[in-house]
Design a protein around this ligand. Structure first.
Ligand code: SAM
Length: 556
């Protein structure tokens, strides 16, 4: 079999990063509103940078990035493998230039993230339902459509390489069909396809329209939309963040109120929120206070790395082009990899005003110990100690490892208990308690490309009894006057405000504090809800994971 000319492995797709297609390419790509922080390698055109120029070894199934990506996708989709574990493992040891590895990785992650939209486009181009296309051919077409519509691979390469892949992995019979469908796919740009496939969905099925356009399941669209609506942000908050970057979300006139439809606010912040969920996060480090400074980390970065200070946390440093585990500060646990949302959650607990003694802190759900280490490094400067608790043994070991750079005595103990027992075991013992509760993880979808397709609606309520039990236990373990932070990496209301409301209902001795005021004390520039109370962080506003932070005080 003769491999059609790629135009890619020989550098043909990467130089100008676009299609010379007479305006077909609409420049819409999958970039989201972002602060003008100049994050390198991100956003519009970023992926085009992966087009390989390196000398390429002879093309074989083992080193062809499209074949490798196809094989990984097949395992992820058929065998429930995790893309972020499988991809580096399968790519290691292959005779591939670095840029081809990056291309294969991008193909896998991007195709998984955008799978619902890609399927709709492929089905429309094939003029048959997705279910009528066999799984292997569908995967080839998803990859082909992703290359064409998101990576700017030239039409001839996207088509011919998809045909070649189909012949290699599906069989010679599939070549003609893939050729015909891919020709139709590449004839239009992304925005045009988004309009075509969403226009086929009835207008009052707003969640489905958004779900297809931004490639999320309907129930997640609804959960995120409900959270955004309840979060108390002025709709201008995200527009403000978007200014100076890519502009407001499509369909939203600047300054216009969101158009409410049957079940979601179409053309509003929810577009930006969902779009942002499709962007891989940057790597953020935390410089643990008292152990290392950001300047010291910056000084030790390799010349090839780029960095910028975090947006909100005084300890956050965003880095690019460096493997964090290779940094001495990270290896020595003086720094760690920690999203700014997580840093803000720990900082909010530490910053909440308190009368009386402030020496005993508890981290009730500590594994793997990111927040414990940040809390403990702050505690060390205030002569307080931290008790960590994590019932899963290997995660408790990770906590021990994460806090190993702290001075002796700062960590009082690392317990391995069910957090729900701690209230009874240590009533009124602690001044500050963190409950970073196990949750659905709906706030970190951008980190695991396939996660959104593996979760279901039941996940939103699966852990609510445990979450409530942990928060109630924390309210017993804290002393009168002390504070509890209830935190989740999920914005879904059943796991966030509804848990806090239920706990307060059963505990008249506790009250909600104003987390917005506390966080503004941490950094007055953080965009926060216009009303006092709990804080829900959002990717499209804060460029963080979507952490929920509630602060409660025990009054009696
Ligand atoms: C969201 S994670 C915590 C992340 C951690 N705080 C950090 O920043 O690295 C939730 C943790 O709660 C733990 N967990 C699960 N059930 C628990 C229980 N009954 N009591 C206490 N912790 C529990 C899980 O094992 C998991 O490590």
């Amino acid at each position: 079999m003769t491999e059609p000319h790629d135009g890619f492995a020989h550098g043909g797709a990467g130089n100008d990063g676009g299609k010379h297609d007479g305006g077909k390419h609409d420049g819409s790509r999958h970039s989201a509103p972002r602060r003008g922080s100049g994050r390198p390698g991100r956003g519009r055109g970023a992926h085009r940078g992966v087009a390989p120029h390196d000398a390429t070894p002879r093309d074989t199934p083992r080193n062809n990035p499209r074949v490798v990506a196809y094989d990984i996708l097949t395992d992820v989709l058929a065998k429930d493998a995790y893309a972020n574990l499988l991809t580096p493992r399968l790519l290691s040891g292959r005779d591939m230039p670095e840029r081809n590895r990056a291309f294969a990785t991008d193909l896998v992650y991007g195709t998984l993230r955008w799978m619902r939209l890609l399927d709709a486009i492929v089905a429309a181009a094939a003029k048959r339902p997705r279910e009528a296309i066999d799984g292997a051919t569908l995967t080839v077409l998803r990859l082909g459509a992703y290359q064409s519509l998101f990576l700017g691979v030239p039409d001839h390469a996207a088509v011919s390489q998809s045909v070649s892949l189909a012949r290699r992995r599906v069989g010679a019979h599939a070549g003609g069909f893939v050729n015909a469908v891919m020709h139709r796919v590449v004839a239009r740009g992304l925005k045009e396809w988004q309009s075509i496939v969403t226009s086929r969905i009835p207008r009052d099925h707003a969640a489905e329209r958004l779900g297809v356009r931004w490639s999320h399941p309907d129930w997640i669209v609804q959960a995120l939309d409900a959270s955004w609506r309840a979060s108390g942000y002025d709709d201008a908050a995200w527009r403000h963040v978007a200014e100076g970057a890519d502009g407001a979300a499509e369909g939203a006139a600047p300054g216009a109120a969101p158009r409410a439809t049957s079940d979601v606010a179409l053309g509003s912040a929810i577009d930006a929120l969902l779009e942002r969920d499709n962007e891989p996060p940057s790597v953020t480090l935390v410089a643990r206070p008292g152990l290392v400074t950001r300047d010291e980390i910056i000084a030790a970065l390799p010349h090839t790395a780029q960095h910028e200070l975090g947006l909100w946390s005084p300890y956050a440093l965003r880095v690019h082009g460096v493997t964090p585990e290779r940094l001495a500060a990270v290896r020595g646990h003086r720094a760690g990899v920690e999203d700014e949302g997580s840093q803000l959650a720990a900082l909010a607990l530490a910053a909440c005003p308190l009368d009386g003694p402030d020496t005993a802190w508890l981290d009730m759900c500590a594994g793997p110990g990111g927040k414990t280490a940040l809390l403990a490094s702050i505690a060390a400067g205030r002569h307080a100690t931290v008790t960590a608790n994590e019932p899963t043994h290997h995660r408790a070991d990770l906590v021990r490892e994460n806090v190993s750079a702290l001075p002796d005595g700062v960590i009082d103990d690392v317990l391995e208990l069910d957090g729900r027992m701690l209230g009874q075991m240590f009533p009124g013992r602690f001044d500050r308690v963190l409950v970073d509760a196990p949750c659905s993880g709906l706030g970190a979808l951008r980190r695991r490309p396939e996660a959104r397709w593996r979760k279901d609606e039941a996940d939103l309520t699966a852990l609510t009894q445990l979450q409530l039990g942990l928060l109630e236990s924390a309210l017993r373990a804290v002393r009168p006057g002390g504070v509890v932070a209830y935190v989740t990496c999920s914005p879904a209301l059943p796991e966030t405000t509804q848990i806090v409301d239920a706990a307060l209902e059963g505990h008249p001795e506790a009250e909600r504090c104003d987390a917005t005021a506390v966080l503004h004390g941490v950094n007055p520039g953080i965009p926060l809800p216009a009303r006092p109370g709990d804080v829900q962080l959002f990717g499209h506003v804060h460029d963080t994971d979507q952490m929920f932070i509630s602060l409660l005080r025990r009054t009696a």
